[in-house]
Design a binder for this molecule. Sequence first.
Ligand code: GLN
Length: 199
Amino acid sequence: APVVGVLALQGDVREHLVALAAAGATAREVRRPGELAEVDGLVIPGGESTTISKLAVLFGLMEPLRARVRDGMPVYGTCAGMIMLADKILDPRSGQETVGGIDMIVRRNAFGRQNESFEAAVDVAGVAGDPVEGVFIRAPWVESVGARAEVLAEHGGHIVAVRQGNALATSFHPELTGDHRVHALFVDMTRANRTAESL
Ligand code: GLN
C-alpha cells in the first residue's frame, strides 16, 4: 500500500488518518523533515492555516514541503490545507506563508459569517456516483485559477475543488463524513505516482 502522511502540526489529523486507512493507504503522521522524506503522498488537514504555516516554518518543514511538492509528490489539502497549497492568498494574515503548488488565488473564510459552517451536496469531477456531502467550516473558496489548474467542483458559483497535476485541494472536509471516495481518489493518485517513479 502507498504510504500517505498527514501533516500533523495542527488540525483534524486523526480523521484524515482514519479516512486514508479506509481508502487503502498506510497512513502516518508527519512532523519532521525525516518523516516527510519517507511518505509517498501527503495530506494537509483542515485547521487554521496561519497556525499551520507558522508551525511548518518553526519545525523546519516549509522548504522541504515546497521541494517535495515541486518534485511532484501527491498532496491533498482540505480547507486550511487548500489554503496552504495556493500559490496566492487574497488576504493573508501577517507571517502567513503557503507551500503553493496550485496556480490559484484563495479567499480565506470566504463563505462568510452567516454560513460559517454548512453542508451541501457537491458534484466532484473524478468521483463517481452520488454527490459528495461537503462539510464547509469557515471554508475558503477559490477566487480564480490559472491555466494549469483544473476545477473539479463548484458550490454556489464558487470554486471549491481544484487539481493541478498531483496536487488536489477541497474547500470542504470529506474526512468528516465517513465517505472515503475523495480520499480513495487521492490514494489512487499516490499509487499511480509511485508506480510511475519506479519505472
Ligand atoms: N478558516 C480557516 C483558515 O483560514 C480554515 C478552516 C478549516 O480548515 N476548517 O485557516
